[in-house]
Every structure is written in structure tokens, then in C-alpha cells.
Design a protein around this ligand. Sequence first.
Ligand SMILES: *Cc1c(COP(=O)(O)O)cnc(C)c1O
Length: 382
Amino acid sequence: MRDPDEELKALEARGLRRHLRRLNSPQQREIDLEGTGQCLNFSSNDYLGLTASPRLKRSFKEYLETYGVGSGASRLVCGTMDVHLELEEKLAALKGSEAALTFASGFATATGILPALCGKDDFIILDKLCHASLIDGARLSGATMRIYPHNDLEKLSNHLAWARGKAAPGNRIMVVTESVFSMDGDRAPLAEIVDLKDEVDALLLLDEAHAFGLIGPEGRGLAAEQGLESRVDLQMGTFSKAAGLSGGYVCASRDLVDLLINRARSFIYSSAPAPALAATISDAIDLIAGDDGAALRTRLWNHLGMFSETAESAIFPHVIGENDAALDASDTLLKSGFLVPAIRYPTVPRGTARLRITLSASHLPEDIASLKNALALCLSDC
Ligand SMILES: *Cc1c(COP(=O)(O)O)cnc(C)c1O
């Protein structure tokens, strides 16, 4: 039998062991990390600073009083509560789709959708840098998988032609990509991808996790920014990043959503998110799409512009290479009062360990300036 202690030691030896660090404060601009004390937080995906929004905190409290703290069961068992349906109607209206469905998390959304819509006779073609949840969803489906190098349209086109040649009538071909890549912060060439998938009559699943709330009119995402919402078959995302809460969603045609209600196992066999949470997410969407959201986006994009003249998102990787070197750089920054996490394999490819910096509207302009200085110092030393 394998000894777990040996396995942990092997991880340690390769600079790949992970530890949980206790946070003694809420998730916010300045945090209190045990053993370190106060530091500025450049690690979270709370891009608009909504985790601590006074307006959303008030909403959550009120809804807890109205709806209680839990949902009791899966939505197919106990009846589906009005707040979940209202949230989905709001999302569909916002994204210009016929229907929407919400899940307990973005991870559950991805691992629910792909096996529900694809099976062993189908084809799933993914960008190499797709999130673990999308890869796991594709694996669970049993479909034939093909991976194309990151944003490589020629390879994608080759895979699509190959799959179209193999697919029998009635088989599905699904392209999967992210609008903003979570560890690189760059964007997919969405217009070209949409053209390619339409040419061979494939479906497109677009994960807007790091774009929702930040990009496009009303923060609707990259598909909206490019006027492609009606041509993206499945727009998914999460409420755990810019929306500051938790949960996942997908917007699609009525038929696709009805099929997901019937087949997506992470939806069917998982209890509905707490009703107070669903109702608060509705308020977060109103906030994001309204004037307050627009002001937060302006503030965030000002920060991004201060940090880099070519910012495409709120994520800035600084690739270092070796695991230990990336951990050392992260430690050095932490000692100077900046939490900037080191990201290692398997989250990123081997040999590309990196610092991953994320900025938020909750930062002050001077925070960005001081981070830039600390980073320059740390990187000249490393
Ligand atoms: C974070 C993330 C998810 C998972 O979302 P959660 O709501 O945190 O489970 C899915 N896809 C991408 C691209 C992500 O970055």
C-alpha cells in the first residue's frame, strides 16, 4: 500500500507541496495572514471589491431573515424557489439568451455541462490552458478530446476539420475556451473562434469566469463586448470572482438549459445554493450592471492601466520558471507586506511557475504604485 506521508514528501522534494494559510481577517484589500501580519492583498479574484460591499451585506442579512439559511434539497426534489428562478431570468435577460441555469459553483457548472451534453461518440476540443474544471468535465463525458495549443487558431481549425470528418450525423462537436485565461490574463480570439466553430456546425462553451463584471457593456463579458452573445452557444461563468459571492451559471437556449436540468449531475444531485445567496447574487448583478458597477469598473481599469499599458484583464502573471524560485519571490514580497501568490504545476505547465498578481477596484492607487516598486526590487534580487 502507498504511504501518504511518502507522497507528501515527494511533493515537498519537488517544490510542489501546498499548505493552507490561516487568514485572520475578512477577504479584503488589506488582510491579516497568520505568521505574517497585515499585508496588501494582490491574490484574490474579488476584482470589484464586492466581497465587502455594504450594499450586498445588507441584502444578504435581509434575505436570511426572509428565506432562512438553507435550501433543503436539490431543486428537482423540493421544488425550485422563486429566488433561483428570478436570478436565472435576470441572467438570461442580461446576457441576451433564452434561458440560464445556476449551479453551486463554477466548477460544478463546468463538470455538469460537458458530460450532460457530450458522450462517447462526441468530440470536445479545448484550449491547452483551459481551467481544471473544464478539463475534468470533458474527461467525465467520455467524449474524444483534442487539445489545441493556447489560442492557436490553425490547430483549432485542423482539429475541427478532423472531428467533422469523423463525426456521424447527430454527434456533437464542442469547442471549449475561456474569454480571459485565469493564469495568464490574456484573452481568446473570440470572433475567429466563433467563425471557425460555425463553419463546421460545432457548439462553443465559453467560460467568462474572469471577464464577467469587468469587460463589456454592463460588465457582461467578452462575448458581449464583441457583439457575439447570440453566436456563443453556452456562456458560463462564476459569481465567486467579480460578483464577490459564490456559485456558477450558464446562459444558453431554452432547449440546452432544459437538457442540463435533465442531465447535469452536479445540478440534479446537489442541493440548491442557499436562497439568501441566490437573492443576493441577483442584487450583485444589478449592482454590476448599474452605475455603481460602471464606477467600480472605471476605477479598476485605471488601476490596470497604472500597472501595465497593455492590460487585457485584472490578472498579471510574472513567469519565473522554477518552483522554488517562484516561492522565494512570493516570500520576499510577503515580507515586504504584499501577498502575491506563487502558482505552480499542475495549475500551470511545468517549468512556468510564476507570480500571479490580481488587482481590484478595492485597492488604492498608491497600493499599485508601491506594489510596482516592491516587485521591481524583488525581481532584480531574484
Ligand atoms: C475559478 C474558475 C472556475 C471555478 O469557479 P468557482 O465558482 O470558483 O468554482 C471555473 N472556470 C474558471 C476559468 C475559473 O477561473
